[in-house]
Design a protein around this ligand. Structure first.
Ligand SMILES: [Zn+2]
Length: 376
């Protein structure tokens, strides 16, 4: 997601990013305008892009606001020319499933667009009565107010398509989720979304072929495809978080330190293993955790001392059956990078942030490969 989009500030505490396909839109408008002798004014072309952009932002604000009001604040919004994709916090899948709430959040975006379109139509009706609201060309830079109206009607209507991650598709997913788990519901909705993307691409190709012009349909198909891809990846990530347990990924071969070790000894040990974080053990008990970073820092600032004085005594432990999602939450709650795994009060393994990230990437990749193998 990040590699294809650039940050564009924050609204209501939500990170807003612009997907690179907005550039495609600029190119596309440039091409269309070029072929139309009535409208070859770059300023107006830019204004048209601004109208599309503003309408998409408005649409997303609708989602973000209703999301926040119903207790699901989004983490980031990625803006596409056909709408946005709202990203929720992957490390907090604890948000309780509630399909009615999800339907409300999904409907808020299109409703915002229809409200603006209604307002624009009303103003146009009184301010420019000579203008024919229902005439083609609907969206063209030579008639900006007309474009505002139709962009919003389009955005609102198009987003109601049952093609995930369009809002209609989100409604569909909410309905699926009444009878299956969230991840399966998302994947089913994503595959229907891909079907729509394909249909748009094919129709667009046919249209471009017959009219000898780049078709909007082709562009929409491509956007749908990007968006579905992104959602699918986060669904795979989510399923790894929810279904993999600590015992599947924990490190069982690891080094420990004693509280009576000196920092220099500890550093000596740390040099010989790849670990960045260590459990501190006294006898059979775990008494703390400490990181290589912390040992180094203290050695630099205060000279040699004992592990006892630098270790963190406030740490969480987890049973082997705990899910990765819950481990992530524990680590971030205490801002730690190591989670000891215990069984019958015995230390049986450790999970570190570094090791968690590595295995997540690996597991997601394996699942994708397995899925590809099943499909082919
Ligand atoms: Zn939307």
């Amino acid at each position: 997601m990040r590699s294809w989009s650039i940050p564009a500030g924050r609204i209501f505490g939500v990170e807003v990013r612009i997907h690179f396909s907005f550039l495609l839109l600029l190119v596309f408008i440039g091409l269309t305008e070029h072929s139309n002798p009535l409208a070859s004014n770059p300023m107006r072309g830019t204004a048209l892009v601004a109208i599309v952009f503003g309408s998409v932002v408005l649409h997303e604000l609708g989602h973000a606001l209703v999301g926040r009001l119903s207790g699901v604040p989004p983490r980031a919004i990625v803006l596409f020319p056909i709408g946005g994709v709202t990203i929720f916090d992957e490390a907090q899948p604890s948000i309780t499933p509630n399909w009615k709430r999800d339907v409300k959040i999904a409907a808020a975006g299109p409703l915002a667009n229809f409200a603006v379109a209604g307002l624009a139509a009303l103003i146009l009706h009184f301010a420019m009565p000579e203008l024919r609201l229902w005439s083609d060309p609907y969206v063209l830079s030579s008639n900006l107010p007309h474009s505002l109206l139709w962009t919003n009607l389009w955005l609102g209507g198009f987003n109601l398509l049952p093609a995930y991650p369009m809002d209609g598709g989100r409604v569909l997913r909410a309905i699926f989720s009444r009878r299956m788990d969230a991840v399966s519901a998302t994947r089913r909705a994503v595959s229907i979304g891909r079907g729509f993307a394909m249909a748009f691409c094919l129709a667009g190709m046919w249209n471009s072929w017959t009219t000898n012009q780049v078709s909007w349909l082709l562009l929409i198909g491509a956007f749908l495809f990007f968006a579905a891809q992104m959602e699918d990846r986060s669904a795979v990530f989510q399923s790894v978080l929810e279904t993999v347990h600590l015992e599947d990924i924990m490190l069982t071969d690891f080094a420990t330190l004693s509280p009576a070790d000196t920092l220099e000894d500890a550093l000596e040990k740390a040099v010989h293993c790849l670990q960045d974080d260590f459990p501190v053990i006294r006898g059979a008990d775990m008494v703390g955790v400490v990181s290589k970073q912390k040992i180094l820092q203290t050695l630099r600032s205060e000279g040699n001392g004992y592990v006892q004085s630098v270790m963190n005594r406030l740490f969480d432990v987890a049973p082997r059956s705990e899910t990765l999602a819950s481990a992530f939450r524990k680590l971030s709650a205490r801002n730690l990078s190591i989670l000891p795994v215990v069984e019958n009060q015995q230390l049986v393994g450790i999970v570190t942030l570094q090791n968690l990230m590595h295995s997540m990437a690996l597991l997601a990749e394996t699942r994708k490969l397995r899925k590809a193998a099943l499909e082919s």
